[in-house]
Design a protein around this ligand. Structure first.
Ligand code: NAD
Length: 285
């Protein structure tokens, strides 16, 4: 058997097209705005920020970029965030991570207004996710659910196993799956007999950060496998957390790396920014 490929690049394009249509139907007076703050000169972060700006412009989201030098103080970053919290043109604020060592990341993220926290990292939005109340959810987990939905993979009643319990991927995606009525196991580095746990999964989500860690013997025949990992091998190749070729012989459907979860993350950032404008309008009424 050869797994159906879940094409994240194509699905992300469909999501962006939907967003673009919705923004253009709203007319020029209601434009969602996103501000991105980048501290330092990390080349990977610069590429991410450039991409985010390009994607914003392509769908009609107004974008602002704040590039601050590597030695910027924590107070200065916080002042920048506070000023954007007050700016009516801006509906989403994203602080590109990682931040330089002299800056307390948690303090900065908790300064972002929960109403503009399109990354879903503020503790109030994390709490809302736990309570299953409307708020912002981080973009990669949202993207995973959108991939499953648009590929018509049934979540309700499925056994879902998430490998990795990070705050930005593992934990939130486990909660989203739970709210969609999956039976969820959140596994991690101290899980006993991880292979046996993974073999129970109808939906297996790998968010570990270890190249080709999920092998064929860990996958139930016909399972849907979502690979969140992005790992660079010594030979320069980019691979996920799943051993793609052997696993694709047994899985029912799976995402490639690159071209799976990655493109969905930015698409969901755009979606959250538009959502933020809609929340603002609702509060204004
Ligand atoms: P993280 O390092 O914060 O968390 C990794 C998790 O994996 C931990 O909870 C840990 O318990 C678990 N883990 C580590 N070793 C394990 C083992 N041997 N067995 C079982 N579990 C183990 O990572 P993260 O931020 O969640 O990212 C995970 C991967 O996803 C990375 O490769 C990252 O680059 C990638 N990522 C991709 C996107 C995207 O947009 N595609 C977004 C975020 C992260």
């Amino acid at each position: 058997m050869s797994a159906t490929r879940i094409d994240g690049k194509q699905i992300a394009k469909e999501v962006r097209d939907d967003i673009q249509r919705e923004i253009s139907a709203r007319g020029a007076k209601d434009v969602p705005g996103l501000a991105v703050i980048l501290v330092g000169e990390d080349p990977a972060s610069q590429v991410y920020v450039r991409n985010k700006r390009k994607m914003c412009e392509a769908v009609g989201i107004y974008a602002e970029e704040y590039q601050l030098p590597e030695n910027t103080s924590e107070d200065k970053v916080i002042k920048q965030v506070e000023s954007l919290n007050q700016d009516p043109k801006i509906h989403g604020i994203l602080v590109q991570l990682p931040l330089p060592k002299q800056i307390n990341t948690r303090r900065v993220l908790d300064t972002v207004s929960p109403d503009k926290d399109v990354d879903g990292f503020h503790y109030m939005n994390v709490g809302k996710l736990v309570a299953n109340r409307p708020g912002f959810v981080s973009c990669t987990p949202l993207g995973i659910i959108a991939l499953l939905d648009r590929s018509k993979i049934k979540i309700e009643g499925a056994n879902a196993v998430v490998v990795g319990r990070s705050d930005i991927v593992g934990k939130p995606v486990a909660l989203l799956l739970l709210h969609r009525h999956a039976t969820v196991t959140l596994s991690h580095s101290r899980t006993r007999d991880l292979a046996a746990v993974c073999r129970e999964a109808d939906i297996l989500i790998a968010a570990i950060g270890k190249p080709q860690f999920i092998t064929k013997d860990m996958v139930k025949p016909g399972a849907t496998v979502i690979d969140v990992g992005i790992n660079r091998l010594p030979d320069g190749r980019l691979v996920g957390d799943v051993d793609f070729d052997p696993v694709s012989e047994i899985a029912g459907a799976m995402t490639p790396v690159p071209g799976g979860v990655g493109p969905m993350t930015i698409a969901m950032l755009l979606s959250n920014t538009l959502q933020s404008l809609k929340f603002t309008e609702k509060r204004g009424r």
